[in-house]
Design a binder for this molecule. Structure first.
Ligand SMILES: [Zn+2]
Length: 230
């Protein structure tokens, strides 16, 4: 983790965060809402400002805040749901990056009470999927603590009729898992239209995890979407 005063390293992280959010926007996972963050230090995180244009994001749209949401550096305020990020970082010292979005396919599942099923290999990396039993915004500490408790030690969670959160040791990991989560939900949703989707067995999920949970493959997924950014 870079020192918060290490400007070059911080600028590189800001650019990664910008790329992450723009890729999520281009993939219809983030819309005019949605946010991602990177932990810089125990009490400092980078996050996009609430009012920014996600599709045209630049490093000028990234601010540094403390865990109370006070702006330490940057032009603009964090999103109201910064509490979600602070809550996860408080509960999980292993987490260095968080993505939160309101993606439609996975949210269709929680709107209708369908369990998230591992129906394709990459999607099985975030199964089993905990679900927060509330559609309310994570805009206060109580909701943030509830969300962090729901997430537990998992890498992803969904919030009923609201959205999804993914976390990682890096922003690459949090981005890639958000992508896998939503793609799996899309496939499950579509399969439900014509029949009963096949859900991977625990043994098949374990095999996928062993094969697919590697830095190299996560980087390849990131690079695939990064190359499509204008
Ligand atoms: Zn939200």
């Amino acid at each position: 983790m870079p020192d918060a005063t290490d400007t070059k390293a911080v600028m590189d992280l800001k650019q990664q965060l910008v790329d992450c959010i723009r890729m999520l926007e281009q993939s219809d996972i983030i819309d005019y809402n949605g946010h991602a963050s990177i932990r810089l230090a125990p009490d400092r995180l980078l996050i996009n400002i609430g009012t920014c244009q996600r599709s045209r994001l630049t490093v000028a749209d990234i601010c540094t805040i403390d865990m109370e949401g006070n702006v330490v550096e940057g032009n603009g305020k964090p999103p109201l749901e910064f509490h979600l990020h602070a809550g996860v970082y408080r509960a999980r010292s292993d987490v260095k990056a968080v993505v939160h979005a309101h993606p439609k396919w996975s949210t269709f599942l929680t709107m209708t009470g369908h369990d998230y099923l591992p129906v394709y290999a990459q999607g099985s990396l975030v199964w089993p999927m905990p679900v927060l039993d509330s559609p309310n915004s994570i805009n206060n500490r109580e909701m943030a603590d509830r969300l962090a408790a729901t997430l537990g030690d998992r890498s992803a969670a969904m919030m009923k009729a609201h959205g999804a959160v993914t976390v990682g040791k890096t922003i690459v990991e949090a981005f890639v898992l958000a992508n896998y989560l939503e793609e799996n939900a899309y496939r499950q949703y579509m399969a439900l239209q014509i029949g009963k989707p096949y859900a991977f067995t625990e043994k098949e999920v374990a095999a996928c995890r062993e094969k697919l949970w590697t830095e190299t493959l996560f980087k390849r997924t990131w690079d695939h979407f990064r190359a499509k950014l204008a």
